[in-house]
Design a protein around this ligand. Structure first.
Ligand code: ZN
Length: 484
């Protein structure tokens, strides 16, 4: 692409202002990918995978831009719904730098390699099915392969918090701590005249591992996540008490506790909660088995990158007092060790996947769900259509691993384990940014609408983004005249 010399009239034609064109994550909570354009520079913030109901249509859809013309990609954090389409972007021709914190790049490497493996296995299964049906198996290809992941990681450019980097001809990008998960950042993009701030996912202000998001820098426009734009969280202490009650009563009746857990952040929070409750004498010192290889890798990254954690957690890691190690923690290193748990009693089993859509948790569910002494303790969001959601909704029987299993075990949801800011915290954050233009993203319709209504009542210009549609982020009308 040939760079054009900015002409004197650029500002009047709106060229120096920012335009947003999302490729996902603006109307729902997955597939985050926001193209921000300022003059000839184009920065894509996140390149996430669609999951759940949007998966089929979203991930194969063409990009609403040419990946070869992107100036840079910025990753706010390593969750799959923020990084999962990066290898495809590279396979489709993107060659610029990928900016993110070192911790996020390390998390993204684990997440993307795992995603490539799952895609490879899914594609192989689909090809076998087509072959048996006498049809052409070559029609099925994974969206990307291990080699595409390596090519994407080769573009990585680590960025430090609060150290602006020059990007393209006329832009600066600054990252700041967003809490949420290891390495998570918000991103401020500064053009010749206007600034736009992208919140990424903002962490809970009361979470035990990550500090609250850093205050936002002053900005003209703000893309803010709205996952819990219509909800208020309970405190961490209230959550811990509810968690202790359900785990305690299950162990007392001789049952096992199944904790389906997400690898990044939630597993570490659960291990920390168990250790805290043991040390406070609120739970007995039980066997805790971590049967989740990917979660083990993520826990190792938490130990390697303590800088973005709460100071007390970082200090404990530095002193060798591991906050993620309940007294009787074991890692299930083999299938045999995992199967031996079928006969064990009084064990807490932490296993992926978090929404019970696959992974080792399925085997444990098969051997535990039918027995009323056991409990499944749900500590994360369960999307519609998942096995986890059916259990939470009170299914009497479920199909898993080719069998029908009766559900006699207690299924209990502890709602307070959130890695996201709630409505009051989101409001405080956008207010502190001074933004005059606000685009709520990353939320279901009701949550985005609730946040939008509160912002509008405060005189903010609120805009809605739609996938593939260009949206100006400049202040419009009289407000603009008054502001200049
Ligand atoms: Zn996230």
């Amino acid at each position: 692409m040939s760079a054009r010399v900015p002409a004197a009239g650029d500002r009047d034609r709106g060229d120096a202002g920012w335009t947003l064109c999302s490729a996902g994550g603006c109307e729902g909570v997955t597939g985050s990918a926001h193209l921000l354009r300022c003059g000839d520079d184009r920065v894509l913030v996140d390149a996430g995978l669609f999951q759940g109901v949007d998966e089929e249509s979203g991930n194969d859809a063409p990009w609403p831009f040419d990946p070869r013309e992107l100036t840079a990609v910025v990753l706010t954090h390593g969750h799959l719904d923020h990084v999962g389409r990066l290898p495809r972007l590279v396979a489709d021709g993107f060659r610029g730098p990928v900016l993110a914190t070192s911790a996020t790049l390390a998390v993204a490497e684990v997440v993307l390699r795992d995603a490539a493996r799952i895609q490879h296995e899914d594609a192989a299964r689909a090809r076998r099915r087509l072959r048996r049906a006498g049809r052409d198996p070559e029609r099925v290809r994974p969206a990307y392969r291990e080699a595409d992941v390596a090519a994407a990681l080769a573009l990585a450019r680590p960025a430090r918090f609060h150290q602006p980097l020059r990007v393209g001809r006329r832009l600066r990008v600054e990252l700041g701590p967003a809490g949420h998960v290891l390495g998570a950042a918000w991103a401020l993009l500064t053009g010749p005249t206007d600034r736009v701030l992208v919140s990424g996912d903002l962490g809970d202000t009361d979470g035990p591992l990550h500090p609250p998001p850093a205050p936002p820098p002053p900005t003209d426009a703000l893309l803010i996540e709205a996952t819990y734009g219509d909800r208020r969280h309970r405190t961490w202490q209230a959550t811990l008490t509810e968690f202790a009650e359900v785990v305690g009563r299950t162990l007392r009746r001789g049952g096992n506790v199944l904790l389906p857990s997400f690898a990044l952040e939630r597993t570490q929070t659960v291990l920390y909660a168990l250790q805290t409750l043991e040390r406070d004498g609120r739970l007995p010192t039980a066997r805790v088995v971590l049967d989740a290889p990917m979660a083990s890798r993520m826990t190792a990254l938490y130990r390697r990158f303590p800088a973005t954690l709460r100071p007390d957690i970082a200090a404990r890691l530095a002193s060798g007092d591991d906050p993620f190690r309940p007294a009787r923690l074991e890692l299930a290193r083999s299938g045999g060790a995992s199967r031996a748990l079928n006969q064990a009693r009084g064990v807490i089993i932490v296993a992926g996947a978090g929404m019970m859509t696959g992974g080792r948790i399925l085997h444990h569910l098969k051997h535990h769900l039918w027995d009323a002494r056991n409990a499944v303790v749900v500590v994360g969001y369960q999307a519609e259509g998942t096995l986890g959601r059916r259990l939470v909704d009170g299914a009497q029987r479920v199909r898993l691993l080719g069998e029908t299993i009766a559900v006699a075990a207690e299924v209990h949801t502890v709602n307070g384990f959130s890695a996201h800011a709630d409505a009051p915290a989101l409001d405080a954050w956008w207010q502190a940014s001074g933004a005059r233009v606000l685009v709520p993203v990353h939320g279901e319709t009701d949550a985005r609408r609730a946040l939008a209504q509160r912002a509008e009542a405060a005189g903010i210009q609120v805009r809605s983004a739609r996938v593939g549609e260009a949206l100006s982020l400049r202040l419009s009308g009289e407000d603009r005249a008054a502001a200049s």
